[in-house]
Ligand binder design. Structure first.
Ligand code: MG
Length: 360
């Protein structure tokens, strides 16, 4: 042990042979960054959850597991919501808990049908606050066309929760023959986004920090199942869809690139970011590519279906500013390149730390 420390001290003075004495990725305890959706979350799944739970249906690369029952394909997903604060511009934890799970089913190409709702409530939460959250869930579930068919309530001691945490699981039905999965992405595909990025994360961070900005940025929190339904029913061939939640656009692209073993090149100038979000990101030291969204998605489609996909998104109320942001090529190494307006590229990497804790 001592010998290794001595060696490390010696190395610090040798810049050509520098090594960090503690690996930044080898934690013995869980940190907030393990919940970031970035590199450390990926490690937890690869090293702990994946090997422990391995079975033919477990899919750690998709937004839902795809199950077959009596020749009927179903999608099944779950998500927990710990957002702080409980209420934020453009939404609340209740709206988020329905939207997030419905959107994960939609990203698998499924029509969402049934949801469960589990509540972990901290002692002392005002009943009025819980009622408001539940009303929001009821309204959002109605909009999505889903029923909450089972649930659970637990209460923890004061100081051992943060108001309320919600878990929702969802089941949806797959009524088409398309195989929509990150592994289906191939050279010649294009990456289309349905709107500008960064609003949800920035809305939360501004509310949390108490910053007073001239214009209020609202979360983009919205149901995507209607838009997905239109894309599929219009015959658009979709290879993969992903909602751009925790970890943002960059993390979603990196995950898909790894699963499909492809090279993706993203044109930075084509990625829509509104000025208010850009300014807030500069102020808070955040990169909008990694900031969470709750109503934004990418569809990766063959080039020949690009204009049809764009047209449908433009006509839909959630396709506010759809754009083709990149393309897919074969590569010996799976990676995502970001090309700026000068034509120079850099590799996008998964974040190691936690940019925005408790964002969803
Ligand atoms: Mg998702």
């Amino acid at each position: 042990m001592e010998k290794s420390n001595i060696n490390n001290h010696q190395n610090i003075n040798q810049t050509d042979n520098f090594c960090c004495p503690v690996s930044l990725q080898n934690y013995s305890v869980i940190t907030l960054a393990h919940g970031s959706g970035g590199r450390l979350t990926y490690q937890l799944i690869q090293k702990i959850f994946g090997p422990a739970f391995i079975n033919p249906e477990l899919d750690t690369n998709h937004d839902s597991a795809i199950l077959t029952l009596n020749n009927q394909k179903l999608a099944f997903t779950t998500d927990s919501y710990t957002v702080s604060p409980l209420f934020f511009p453009g939404g609340d934890i209740g709206k988020l808990a329905i939207t997030g799970t419905v959107n994960d089913l939609a990203m698998a190409g499924a029509r969402p049908l049934w949801l469960s709702a589990g509540f972990i409530i901290e002692e002392g939460l005002p009943v009025d606050v819980l009622t408001q959250i539940v009303e929001s869930m009821k309204h959002t579930a109605k909009q999505a066309g889903v029923n909450i068919v089972t649930g659970d309530t637990k209460v923890v001691d004061k100081g051992k929760g943060d108001g309320v945490f919600i878990n929702t699981s969802g089941i949806g039905i797959i009524e088409h023959n398309q195989k929509i999965h990150p592994s289906q992405v191939k050279a010649g595909d294009v990456v289309i986004i349905n709107g500008d990025i960064g609003r949800h994360g920035i809305a939360i961070m501004i509310k949390r920090s108490g910053l007073q900005l001239e214009s209020a940025i609202q979360s983009d929190c919205a149901l995507l199942n209607g838009l997905v339904f239109e894309l599929i029913n219009s015959g658009v061939e979709i290879h993969c869809m992903r909602d751009l939640t925790r970890g943002g656009l960059a993390t979603a692209l990196i995950e898909i690139s790894r699963t499909s073993n492809t090279l993706m090149t993203i044109e930075e100038a084509n990625v829509p970011v509104i000025e208010d979000v850009k300014s807030a990101c500069e102020l808070l030291g955040l990169d909008p590519l990694y900031v969470a969204n709750e109503g934004r998605m990418i569809a990766i489609v063959p080039e020949k279906h690009c204009s049809k996909c764009l047209d449908i998104m433009k006509k839909h109320k959630l396709g506010l500013d759809p754009a083709v942001i990149g393309s897919v090529d074969n590569s010996s190494e799976a990676r995502v390149l970001l090309r700026n307006s000068l034509g120079t590229t850099r590799i996008l990497e998964m974040l190691t730390g936690e940019q925005l804790p408790r964002i969803c």
